[in-house]
Design a protein around this ligand. Structure first.
Ligand code: PAF
Length: 281
């Protein structure tokens, strides 16, 4: 497995893959791998071609009061984990390689960035869209793999690829959960044992909503209130939002008549956790 530190090293690596007739499959990450990341890498590998993973904690997508400085990092552990699932190369740039002095450009996917996490994390999705567009231009992948836990991010990147005419197939991958249902996230390490136990309320609330839809409930307000009540009953949970929105536009819906996203963000102590499910009538 090759470790690439610079843009020119990645370009040279990509050129070699193309010369060898291999497609390039890309998994962008911020590192501190868990099973969710590994599932993306396994999928990228199973689809054939050369697999490249980026590890870059992107300062542009963190707000002033967010966790940039304490975001968990362990390159050596990540390297071994990536190697164990057959990754061919890791792009591990310095901040100065991605944003050299004089850097100015930002990208904004206007409407999809406004609702849900966009309300409480100002500038976050501009940071994500900017770094992902840069990474796509550097790596020139044929396919890129994104987890559905960050559903809004996935929709923004799909829109970015469409609007910018990028010849890249975005492959959405299912949420990977702990045995008790908690969605895997690098930020789960912030949870105390009490908060970790309490956080199972997220998936239980979503499961309740899913069961409601399956038994015929179509009223979005009732679903939203039901999820909210279940979360609010957990003393360690501080709710940021619960929303029931169209799965494509992310705009609020009154009734569940098309694929609909039930999304939530909840603080447990220092950790802000997100989770979601897509329900279909
Ligand atoms: O999902 C993430 O880990 C990040 O937002 C991404 C897509 C790697 C961009 O920094």
């Amino acid at each position: 497995m090759e470790i690439l530190r610079t843009v020119s090293e990645v370009r040279e690596w990509a050129r070699r893959q193309r010369t060898a007739g291999r497609a390039i499959h890309f998994v962008p990450t911020m590192g501190y791998f868990h099973e969710g990341h590994l599932s993306l890498m396994r999928r990228a590998n199973a689809d054939g071609g050369a697999v490249i993973v980026s590890i870059f904690v992107n300062p542009l997508q963190f707000g002033a009061n967010e966790d940039l400085d304490r975001y968990p990092r362990d390159f050596e552990r990540d390297r071994l984990m990536a190697e164990s699932v057959g990754v061919d190369a890791i792009f591990y740039p310095e901040v100065s390689e991605m944003y050299p002095p004089g850097y100015q450009t930002e990208v904004r996917v206007k409407e999809l960035s406004k609702p849900l996490c966009g309300r409480s994390r100002l500038g976050h999705f501009e940071g994500v869209a900017t770094v992902v567009l840069k990474l796509f231009n550097i790596v020139t992948p044929d396919r890129a793999y994104f987890g559905m836990k960050d559903y809004q991010q996935l929709r923004i990147i799909e829109q970015l690829v469409q609007d910018m005419n990028l010849p890249i197939e975005i492959v959405p991958c299912p949420i990977v959960r702990e045995p008790d249902g908690l969605a895997m996230s690098s930020r789960n390490v912030y949870l105390t044992p009490e908060e970790r136990a309490a956080a199972t309320v997220l998936y239980r609330s979503l499961q309740w909503a899913q069961a409601q839809v399956e038994s015929g409930e179509r009223n979005a307000l009732k679903l939203r209130e039901g999820v909210y009540e279940r979360l609010a009953a957990e003393p360690l949970a501080r709710i940021d939002y619960v929303e029931v929105v169209d799965a494509e536009t992310l705009q609020p819906v009154e009734r569940v008549v098309r694929p609909t996203l039930i999304a939530l963000a909840v603080f447990f102590g220092k950790a802000r956790l997100i989770d979601n499910c897509v329900v279909c009538p």
